[in-house]
Write a protein that binds this ligand. Structure first.
Ligand code: AMP
Length: 465
C-alpha cells in the first residue's frame, strides 16, 4: 500500500511530483519523499508524515531539475521508520540511483540473506533496498539492463520508478499486480503514477496503463518501451477496484467508481432486503451503496458523516467513551436514521471490529433494523503482494461462517457479494481480456505467485494455532 510518481522533462518536476503525491496520499500516510535530478546529481527530501506537512516551500526549493520521482509509504514489509522512507537514493559504481516501490517482494527475506552472506550491508528493513543491492551487483553495462537483471532475481509485486542523473526507468511486474499509469504533461514531459487521479490534478493527459511486464525508459532523446521478462498471464489486484484506489481513477481503461457501483448493483440482486434507506460507510462504501440503492429502488441517504480531519495519533480520554476510535471518524445522522430500516453498505470486513462499532452507532441513533451488505466476498486470505491485511488468524471470515459474523457484528442480516458476483461485476466494466487476468487471492486463496519456503512454513504454523 504505497503510491509512486515519476516526472521527466518538465522544468518544475519536483513541484509536479509534490502535487501528484497529494493525489496519492490515500495510498500511504506514514512517510513521503521526492528525489529530483538536475542532470548532474540527485537531490532528496524524505520525512515521516503527510505530504502537505513535509514539503514546505523551502524544502521544495532543495529539489531542482527537470526529472523527479516520489513516494508515499504505508509499510507492508519493513518497519515504519525514517530509514525505510522512500525514494531510497544511493551512490554506486555507475553514479547515483534512486528508487520508489509500490508492491511487495515475496522472496525478500531469502534474497536479503543471500546478499548479506556475500557482504551487503543494509540500512533499513524494507524489501526495496534489496533491489538497489542487486542493481549494484549486476554486470550489465547500461542502467535499464541492470534494473532488468536485478528484477529477474526477485519475485512478487512491483510497480517501480527508478531515477538516475539522466534517465527515468519505470517497471511493472509481469503479472501487473499493482497499478501504474502513463501520462503526458500538456506543456512537456512524461508523468507516471500509481493512479490516474494524479493526471487530473496536474493537468496531464492520461495515455494508458504501463502494461504488466513493461519497462519504460525515458531519457533526453526518447521514451522506449521494453519487455524484459517472459510474458505471463496478468493478475491485476481486484482489491484496488474494491477499496484501495481512488474512485476517480481509471485502471485498465475503466473507472474505479463504475466498477464499485456495478458491485453494489450486483449485491442488491444477490442480497435484497426490505428497507427504508440505503446508506454507505463513507468513503469506501459510497459508490457501492449508490449502486445498491439504484438497483434495489431503496432511497440512498447520508446516514453517516466522515470527519476528514482526524490525525494519526490521539489521546484516549481516561473516562471510557464507547467506540471512541470509530466515533472520531464517523458520526451518525440521527434525523436520517431514527425509526428507519437501514441497509448499510461497506466494501469489506477484515477483522470485523469496525462493522460492529458502526452498527452499534447506527442502532444508538434510533435505527429500527440494520442490514449490513458488503461489496466484496469474505476476506479469507492475507495479501502477500502489497495490501496491508493481517495474518489469516485475524481475518474473521477465515474461521467464521457468515451467520457467526452477523452475530458478532450485531446486524439483523448480513450479505456478502459472491466471488462469482464480484467477477461478473468487473466483467461488466472491463474488457474480457482484462477481466480474465485478476488476482483474487484474498477471497479465493488462489495465490498467483507461490511463496518461498520459509514464508510458507510460517503461514502453516499460523494456520495450525
Ligand atoms: P475491520 O474492523 O478490520 O473489519 O475493518 C474493516 C474496514 O477496514 C472496512 O471499512 C474497510 O473499508 C477497511 N479496510 C479494508 N481493507 C483495508 C486495509 N487493507 N487497510 C485499511 N483499511 C481497510
Amino acid at each position: 500500500m504505497c503510491g509512486v510518481i515519476g516526472v521527466f522533462g518538465h522544468p518544475e518536476a519536483a513541484n509536479l511530483a509534490y502535487l501528484g503525491l497529494h493525489a496519492l496520499q490515500h495510498r500511504g500516510q506514514e512517510s513521503a519523499g521526492i528525489v529530483s535530478s538536475d542532470g548532474r546529481q540527485l537531490h532528496w527530501v524524505r520525512e515521516m508524515g503527510h505530504v502537505g506537512d513535509i514539503f514546505t516551500e523551502e524544502r521544495l526549493r532543495r529539489l531542482p531539475g527537470s526529472s523527479a520521482i516520489g513516494h508515499v509509504r504505508y509499510s507492508t514489509t519493513g518497519d515504519s521508520s525514517s530509514k525505510n522512507a522512500q525514494p531510497l537514493a544511493v551512490n554506486y559504481a555507475h553514479g547515483q540511483v534512486a528508487v520508489a516501490h509500490n508492491g511487495n517482494l515475496v522472496d525478500a527475506a531469502n534474497v536479503r540473506s543471500r546478499l548479506e552472506a556475500k557482504g551487503s550491508i543494509f540500512q533499513g528493513t524494507s524489501d526495496t533496498e534489496i533491489l538497489l543491492h542487486l542493481l549494484a551487483h549486476s554486470q550489465e553495462c547500461d542502467f535499464s539492463s541492470r534494473i532488468a537483471d536485478a528484477l529477474r532475481s526477485v519475485h512478487g509485486a512491483y510497480s517501480l520508478v527508478f531515477l538516475s542523473e539522466s534517465s527515468l526507468v519505470v517497471v511493472r511486474d509481469p503479472l501487473g499486480i499493482r497499478p501504474l499509469s502513463l501520462g503526458r504533461h500538456k506543456k512537456n514531459g512524461w508523468v507516471v503514477a500509481s493512479e490516474s487521479c494524479v493526471f487530473d490534478l496536474i493537468e496531464a493527459e492520461h495515455i494508458r496503463d504501463i502494461d504488466p511486464g513493461e519497462m519504460l525508459v525515458v531519457d533526453a532523446e526518447r521514451a522506449r518501451s521494453l519487455r524484459p521478462f517472459l510474458p505471463e498471464e496478468p493478475r491485476r489486484c481486484v482489491f484496488e477496484w474494491i477499496y484501495f484506489a481512488r474512485p476517480d481513477s481509471i485502471i485498465a481503461g475503466q473507472s474505479v467508481c463504475a466498477a464499485r457501483e456495478a458491485m453494489g448493483r450486483r449485491l442488491a440482486i444477490e442480497h435484497p432486503v426490505p428497507a427504508d434507506i440505503a446508506i454507505a460507510v463513507p468513503d469506501s462504501g459510497t459508490a457501492a451503496a449508490i449502486g445498491y440503492a439504484r438497483a434495489s429502488g431503496i432511497a440512498f441517504d447520508q446516514g453517516l458523516i466522515r470527519s476528514h480531519y482526524i490525525g494519526r495519533t490521539f489521546i484516549e480520554p481516561a473516562e471510557s467513551i464507547r467506540h471512541f476510535g470509530v466515533k472520531l471518524k464517523l458520526s451518525p445522522v440521527r434525523d436520517v436514521l431514527a425509526g428507519r430500516r437501514v441497509v448499510v453498505v461497506d466494501d469489506s470486513i477484515v477483522r470485523g471490529t469496525t462493522s460492529g462499532k458502526i452498527i452499534g452507532m447506527i442502532r444508538a441513533a434510533g435505527a429500527r433494523e440494520v442490514h449490513l451488505r458488503i461489496s466484496s466476498p469474505p476476506t479469507i486470505g492475507p495479501c502477500h503482494y502489497g495490501i496491508d491485511t493481517p495474518d489469516r488468524s485475524k481475518l474473521i471470515a477465515s474461521s467464521h461462517t457468515v451467520e457467526e459474523i452477523r452475530r458478532f457484528v450485531g446486524a439483523d442480516s448480513l450479505g456478502y457479494l459472491s466471488l462469482e458476483g464480484l467477477h461478473q461485476s468487473l466483467a461488466s466494466v472491463l474488457t474480457s481480456h482484462e477481466h480474465r487476468g485478476l488476482c483474487d487471492a484474498c477471497f479465493s486463496n488462489r495465490y498467483p505467485i507461490p511463496l518461498p519456503v520459509p514464508m510458507r512454513s510460517r503461514q502453516l504454523r499460523l494456520l495450525s494455532v
